[in-house]
Design a protein around this ligand. Structure first.
Ligand SMILES: *[C@@H]1O[C@H](CO)[C@@H](O)[C@H](O)[C@H]1NC(C)=O
Ligand SMILES: *[C@@H]1O[C@H](CO)[C@@H](O)[C@H](O)[C@H]1NC(C)=O
Ligand SMILES: *[C@@H]1O[C@H](CO)[C@@H](O)[C@H](O)[C@H]1NC(C)=O
Ligand SMILES: *[C@@H]1O[C@H](CO)[C@@H](O)[C@H](O)[C@H]1NC(C)=O
Length: 272
């Protein structure tokens, strides 16, 4: 084995971040709040969880007065607080605060990224901006990798995790879950859910773990031996350790195709 391989280590870049609930910041700065917890920029909110004013997602900028602040949809239009299905309550004091909630039901065109701007509108040059994703059915909340603690020993084994959130009823509404390996324009399927919700991978020993409340952890374990990936279909020589994996989720109604969602997210595992 070439000596250089013995000093190999991984570094990882993940392009999308990561909802985590945290305590609300005592310091200044825009934040999101839902059911008493604070949520970071880019957090995901299941539509059923923000139905009714009492279940709203609040966007708050401490110690400022509202001055044209707004929620804006992913297509760029301002949310009209007094029309369904996405409504809001605006509060100016003691904090600029616009709470967004659903009255009735949202449609597929309402699914997506919303941005809250405070204290002024989103076109204000010095406004504060925070993003929230409002989704129907299901979403991929995070996609992460557990790297081995010793990055100098080959082969390396690492485990990918995709956390699915949203609707609980998999037997009725889970249409597909898959992990793919991406290489150029080729996608190689590595894991999938088959009948009776059985999750299996053609490499490694992926598992699906029900964490409750619609949270599922779908894992995939990959073995890398420096120059080659040693796992089954992924075996290839002269691999520099850079791997792209994609998690795919397809969820929703059996009968009505329009009433389903497709989610995809990539993770880049970079060997250096
Ligand atoms: C708020 O959410 C709770 C829990 O999901 C639900 O029981 C309640 O009906 C919701 N409130 C409104 C006004 O929809
Ligand atoms: C918001 O909707 C209400 C009710 O339909 C309407 O009267 C109002 O003009 C709308 N506001 C804006 C800014 O479009
Ligand atoms: C934001 O306004 C809502 C009412 O729309 C209120 O219930 C909530 O406590 C306010 N949150 C903060 C942090 O001021
Ligand atoms: C939230 O993220 C967006 C883009 O990723 C950024 O422009 C914005 O400043 C962030 N807001 C905060 C409060 O970090």
């Amino acid at each position: 084995m070439h000596p250089v391989l013995l000093t190999i280590f991984f570094s990882l870049s993940v392009s999308e971040v990561i909802r985590s609930s945290q305590s609300c910041p005592p310091s200044s700065g825009i934040y999101l709040r839902h059911n008493g917890a604070c949520y970071t920029n880019g957090s995901y909110f299941y539509d059923n969880d923000i139905k009714g004013a009492s279940n709203s997602t609040q966007c708050v900028l401490p110690d400022t007065a509202l001055n044209g602040g707004e929620w804006v949809t992913s297509s760029g239009s301002s949310v009209n607080c007094s029309t369904n299905p996405l409504r809001c309550n605006e509060v100016s004091s003691p904090n600029a605060n616009i709470s967004l909630y659903i009255n009735g039901g949202i449609t597929s065109s309402d699914d997506g990224w919303y941005k809250c701007c405070l204290p002024t509108s989103c076109s204000g040059p010095n406004t504060n901006i925070i993003f929230a994703n409002i989704f129907r059915w299901a979403q991929i909340e995070t996609i992460t990798v557990d790297l081995p603690s010793d990055k100098t020993v080959l082969p390396q084994t690492y485990t990918l995790h995709a956390i699915k959130i949203g609707h609980d009823d998999h037997s009725s509404f889970l249409r597909a879950v898959k992990w793919y390996y991406e290489s150029g324009s080729d996608s190689t399927e590595l894991c999938s859910v088959t009948h009776q919700q059985t999750y299996s991978c053609s490499i490694g020993n992926g598992m699906s773990l029900n964490k409750g409340n619609g949270r599922w952890d779908y894992t995939l374990t990959v073995k890398w031996n420096g120059e080659i990936i040693t796992d089954g279909v992924l075996s290839q020589s002269n691999n520099n350790g850079d791997h792209v994996f994609r998690f795919y989720l397809y969820f929703g109604h059996l009968g009505v195709i329009a009433n389903r969602v497709t989610r995809n997210r990539n993770i880049f595992v970079t060997g250096k």
